[in-house]
Design a protein around this ligand. Structure first.
Ligand SMILES: [Zn+2]
Length: 185
């Protein structure tokens, strides 16, 4: 099983969402979580490629192209990692986006969503459709964009800072749960 991991944004170029009180940004958090997910998945026998790049689908030729890399490999599943943010500080929780419901992506997302919510205790915002998200629109395999938690919410942000290993283990378990289910194990 070939898993392509895409931590969102790009440290030094596009830091994503920030929490100035905690002096953290999304690009750095999701990179650390992504590296840990890769470690867990390799131990579980998966092949893993990880790419964090300021070029999702050809818009910035100075950086490697995320969707083309996944499609050309080709990956069996694609996971993009992000942190949510909102101007309302109370907004919190975990959600996943897929191109459309009732799909392999939807089943993969449900596995990841339940593992994160159950192990981290984040609010369950569910699996949603995001057909315009570039990484979902331009990939050819089951693909999920995971919003781990809200960097703009204090309780969620503390989890993102202190419990990266648990986020990573939950995501890796979600992926292996999906693989086992698809194989009929
Ligand atoms: Zn993001």
């Amino acid at each position: 099983m070939k898993v392509f991991l895409n931590p969102g944004h790009c440290p030094g170029v596009d830091c994503g969402a920030v929490n100035n009180d905690y002096e953290v940004n999304e690009a750095v958090i999701v990179r650390e979580v992504g590296d840990l997910v890769g470690d867990y998945l390799r131990k579980a026998g998966c092949e893993v490629k990880l790419l964090q790049s300021d070029n999702l689908a050809g818009e910035n030729p100075n950086y490697p192209n995320v969707c083309a890399s996944a499609n050309n490999w080709p990956a069996d599943v694609f996971i993009s990692l992000h942190c949510n943010a909102a101007s309302a500080g109370q907004a919190n929780g975990t959600e996943c986006f897929v191109f459309s419901h009732w799909s392999a992506s939807d089943r993969l997302a449900a596995c990841i969503q339940s593992q994160i919510v159950n192990s981290l205790g984040t609010s369950d915002r569910g699996v949603k459709e995001g057909p315009r998200l570039i990484v979902l629109h331009n990939t050819t395999m089951p693909a999920v964009l995971v919003e781990l938690a809200f960097i703009s919410n204090d309780a969620d942000c503390e989890k993102l800072i202190e419990r990266k290993r648990e986020f990573a283990a939950a995501i890796a378990r979600g992926i292996t749960d999906y693989i086992a289910a698809e194989r009929g194990e």
